[in-house]
Design a protein around this ligand. Structure first.
Ligand SMILES: Cc1ncc(COP(=O)(O)O)c(C=O)c1O
Length: 447
């Protein structure tokens, strides 16, 4: 390939020669679980561009994995971290640092009064675990007989034990050796399942089934955990499905939590993805885009819920580390200063309009284009059978990489698109054109 455009440059084979040793060493020294990623060694990432050591340049439609919302190597984030590094002040756990206070104050203010307090962590899975704990502590305080949680089939909340218990992937949690008898999974309202039914009707079927199993919601259930959209396919719920869940939660004194890992911090054209459903959650779990590239996660809620654990009973060594808090402050400033919520919504319309045109052209191969704002998924199928086509999705993702565009390879029948929210319109449209070329070529090979 020899590609040179204002936004892309591919002049060597990929992976380029000088990175091959890095890749083979990795295979030798890193556990197998991290393998399976495409063989591209990032040397530099700036704005919405990725570079390798040979100077090849890609348009990034991944934001790593929906992390670099404010752009790779964001200068405000870098400056904020440098200030803390130069003090120096790398860690303060048992004592307070001013960045922690400032960040929490700004974070709560960013939620426009929806939440009163937050607890900071490092990984997303810790945040969903913390929400699980808070929902159950709330149930105990309410005097519930059982501490049941309702989660959704196919949703995903992380890799630690509680997060896996709430996740819907049965094979992934087989290692635990048992199922938590108080975590119930109800079906996800996939557009291909729900068809003409309302979201509320679909939900009531699940509620009736749980009742038939003898569950009394007031006494046995303390929390409802929703991934804001189902990750692999950027699949949002029908609005009335979520609104009915909220009514049901209020009626039965159940807390409603959203896992906003992928959907938070302007990704979907709102500050947080739950706003699309026009409901008020009791808790949200955040991470990824929160820290502008640094490991920052957290749970947000009301004072009543967030203060349930005793002093010292919800903490973490790296919680509220000054470096990540400084990065968090800069990230919020970037989102607000660059109007990224509106920008994500505006560019989302550009993106989805073009993707829908592509879907219409190749409708026998692409069953759905889903998502909102700057998150999108294309779902591939086999024309003769209508069955999910994972091979084609992988082929398209690989072909994009060879052509100077990075998309998220999900390992399923979908590819996902989530560029940094600061991407230019021009690069966004060039990227979609590259994607269409890759689809045409991959379909040609698959046909
Ligand atoms: C919806 C969702 N929840 C939780 C997690 C877990 O986050 P982390 O990998 O930071 O632990 C992820 C990560 O991909 C996610 O997408």
């Amino acid at each position: 390939m020899n590609i040179k455009t204002p936004h892309r440059k591919i002049t060597t084979n990929i992976p380029c020669e000088v990175t091959k040793q890095i890749l083979s060493d990795l295979e030798q020294y890193e556990s197998r679980s991290m393998q399976g990623q495409f063989p591209l060694v990032w040397d530099r990432a700036e704005g919405f561009y990725i570079y390798d050591a040979a100077g090849n340049k890609w348009i990034d439609f991944t934001s790593t994995i929906f992390v670099a919302n404010v752009g790779h190597g964001n200068q405000r984030v870098i400056k904020a971290i440098q200030e803390v590094l130069e003090k120096p002040l790398l860690h303060t756990y048992a004592y307070v640092n001013k960045y922690r206070t400032e960040y929490l104050k700004n974070l709560i203010s960013f939620t426009n009064g929806a939440f009163e307090k937050a607890f900071l962590l490092s990984a997303g899975t810790e945040a969903t675990e913390a929400a699980l704990k808070l929902m159950r502590m709330y149930g105990q305080k309410q005097g519930k007989k059982n501490l049941g949680i309702i989660a959704i089939e196919g949703n995903w909340h992380g890799r630690t034990m509680g997060a896996q218990m709430m996740s819907g992937n049965i094979a992934q949690k087989a290692w635990i050796g048992y199922q938590d008898p108080n975590i119930y999974h109800i079906p996800f309202p996939y557009p291909w399942h729900i068809k003409n039914q309302s979201g509320a009707t679909f939900l009531y079927q699940s509620i009736k089934q749980l009742e038939a199993r003898g569950i009394n919601f007031k006494e046995d259930i303390c929390g409802f955990m929703l991934e804001t959209f189902q990750g692999w396919g950027a699949i949002f719920y029908p609005k009335d499905f979520v609104q009915t869940i909220k009514e049901f939660c209020v009626e039965n004194h159940i807390l409603l939590s959203f896992d906003e890992m992928q959907s938070g911090f302007a990704r979907t054209g709102k500050r947080f993805g739950y706003e699309h459903y026009e409901v008020a959650p009791d808790l949200i779990c955040c991470g990824k885009g929160m820290g502008g590239g640094l490991p920052l996660s957290g749970v947000l809620g009301s004072t009543e819920i967030m203060d349930l654990p005793e002093v010292g009973n919800m903490s973490s060594t790296h919680s509220a580390n000054p470096l990540v808090c400084a990065a968090g402050i800069a990230t919020l400033e970037e989102i607000q200063g660059k109007n990224l919520v509106n920008e994500s919504a505006r560019k989302g319309v550009l993106l989805h309009t073009r993707l829908n045109e592509i879907q219409e052209k190749y409708a026998t191969w692409i069953s759905f284009v889903l998502g909102q704002g700057l998150i999108a998924a294309l779902l591939f199928q086999t024309p003769e059978t209508g069955k999910p086509n994972t091979l084609l999705a992988t082929k398209v993702a690989k072909q994009c990489m060879q052509k100077g565009l990075l998309v998220v390879h999900t390992g399923r029948e979908s590819i996902k698109i989530g560029p940094p929210l600061i991407i230019s319109d021009d690069a966004l449209l060039e990227g979609v054109a590259v994607l269409e070329e890759a689809i045409i070529e991959s379909i040609g090979e698959a046909a």
